[in-house]
Ligand binder design. Structure first.
Ligand SMILES: NC(=O)c1ccc[n+]([C@@H]2O[C@H](COP(=O)([O-])OP(=O)(O)OC[C@H]3O[C@@H](n4cnc5c(N)ncnc54)[C@H](O)[C@@H]3O)[C@@H](O)[C@H]2O)c1
Length: 445
């Protein structure tokens, strides 16, 4: 099949590379020319396990190609996938300008009837219709009227496991009205739908809302646990024990039940705000989602508040080692990352940061530029050299089993602020460290 993917980001690149891997002829359209040049040279612009190999193979077999020309892209594909960003507007609503820009260029260049436009970007309810209208209007400007379909096909892959998620999806939601279009979508996804039926057919509005609802549910579990963690701290309970106590109930389960330094990333924060905005635009309140957002907002400052209290508000010239900058392990993405709130708060209070992250240091360097109060280190050990305390912000595997004795010998104030509850408080204490977790360890009220 001939597939065009608009947008070479996390979703677009992974989808394109996976579709090429199973034998399709895939062209990716990306407006960032530098990114196109790097991709053509076989350089993967994002950190995503397994993706560089797929890109390399796609290029070698000529099943995967890159262009900055929408005209070429529209001419190429019978399936035209939209995977561009939908960043938040100031009022929290989703900015659809990139999605609609692609729709417009599809209408400006479309020559053949029967194309299927697939919206993979996360978009508010009603976008499917807007995309259809935008394409039709651009066609009409050219005096053309061609038959085409618009399908809502939200993407559920997770950064850090994106290739695997795409190749083995839990479900493939197809939002369209026509059975004929569904059959063509079924053929498109057949290689990823072999062992059992994963396709869920529904109307476009339900498909669009499903994506927001899924993210809102997962984020709700996190904020719920952070609220219980705050209670645990006050009453002398250990949130980790509570987590196991409730997660072992199969009606609850263990996933997304971790208290921590708050959720970030390019999806949860913006999608929750967009959902709340969508509800308000229809005259509804979104009280639960608004509370989830508010709890997370406060939670992202939690580590800083703990460190600030530890130093009794005197952070000038203190040095904090920070382990983890990415918003979660397995990615270099620092969009809305809790680490940024910590770094910025520490700097504002006059502290210095020595940070280590296995993948996201470059992204942080690009964001903040060179500054004397940020030293990016090349190992966790280097980050703690000369530091007063350690804050763990991202639960990369490399941080899970540290040399506690070395930590105690190196950290001047012998204190660890574990924003992901990954260390063992008892082992830390035995090594002579003070351990502060989220809802466990020494209370720091
Ligand atoms: N990142 C995730 O884990 C994830 C998961 C599921 C869904 N989503 C959704 O998928 C969409 C894309 O997310 P992402 O993280 O891949 O975004 P991204 O920011 O990583 O990539 C978007 C890419 O689109 C390009 N672009 C913008 N306008 C364009 C245009 N007119 N033509 C061609 N290219 C254009 C940008 O230059 C950028 O490279 C968003 O709606 C997001 O919410 C993301």
């Amino acid at each position: 099949m001939r597939i065009t993917v608009f947008g070479a980001g996390y979703v677009g690149l992974v989808s394109a590379a996976c579709f090429a891997e199973v034998g399709n002829d895939v062209l990716v359209v990306e407006i960032d020319r530098e990114r196109v040049a790097r991709l053509r040279a076989g350089i993967c612009p994002i950190y995503e396990p397994g993706l560089p190999d797929l890109i390399e193979r796609g290029l070698a077999t000529h099943r995967l190609a890159f262009t900055d020309s929408p005209r070429e892209g529209v001419a190429h594909g019978e399936f035209l996938l939209i995977a561009v960003g939908t960043p938040p507007e100031e009022d929290g609503s989703a900015d659809l300008s990139h999605v609609l820009a692609v729709a417009r260029s599809i209408g400006q260049h479309l020559e053949r009837a029967g194309s299927i436009v697939v919206v993979k970007s996360t978009v508010p309810v009603g976008t499917n219709a807007k995309v259809r209208e935008t394409i039709a209007a651009a066609l009409a400007e050219r005096g053309r009227s061609l038959d085409f379909a618009v399908v809502s096909n939200p993407e559920f892959l997770k950064e850090g496991a994106a290739v695997q998620d795409f190749q083995r999806p839990d479900r493939i939601i197809i939002g369209c009205e026509s059975g004929e279009v569904l059959d063509r979508m079924r053929a498109l996804y057949a290689p990823f739908n072999r062992s059992h039926e994963r396709i869920v057919w529904m109307d476009p509005a339900s498909a669009e809302l499903s994506k927001y609802a899924a993210n809102a549910m997962l984020a709700t579990r996190i904020s719920f646990m952070n609220e219980i963690a705050a209670i645990a701290e006050r009453v002398g309970a250990d949130i980790e024990r509570v987590r196991i106590g409730i997660g072992s109930d199969p009606r609850i389960g263990f996933s997304f039940l971790y208290a921590g330094a708050g959720f970030g990333g390019s999806c949860f924060p913006k999608d929750l705000n967009a959902l709340s905005h969508l509800a308000r635009s229809r005259g509804l309140e979104c009280r639960l989602v608004d509370a989830v957002i508010a709890i997370n907002h406060a939670q992202k400052r939690r580590l800083f508040r703990m460190i600030d209290r530890f130093f009794e508000g005197r952070l000038e010239d203190r040095t904090v080692a920070v382990w983890g900058l990415a918003f979660k392990p397995g990615t270099d993405d620092v969009r809305e990352a809790p680490s940024r709130v910590l770094l910025e708060s520490l700097w504002e209070a006059g502290a210095k940061v020595r940070a280590y992250d296995p993948a996201a240091a470059e992204a942080i360097a690009a964001l903040y530029g060179p500054r004397p109060d940020l030293i990016l280190c090349s190992s966790p050990e280097e980050a703690i050299e000369g530091a007063d305390v350690l804050a763990i912000v991202t639960e990369w595997k490399v941080f899970w089993s540290p040399d506690y004795v070395r930590l105690a010998e190196t950290l001047r104030e012998r204190a660890i602020f574990d924003g992901r509850n990954i260390l063992d408080p008892e082992t830390a204490r035995r090594a002579g460290l003070r351990y502060f977790g989220i809802g466990r360890g020494e209370p720091l009220l």
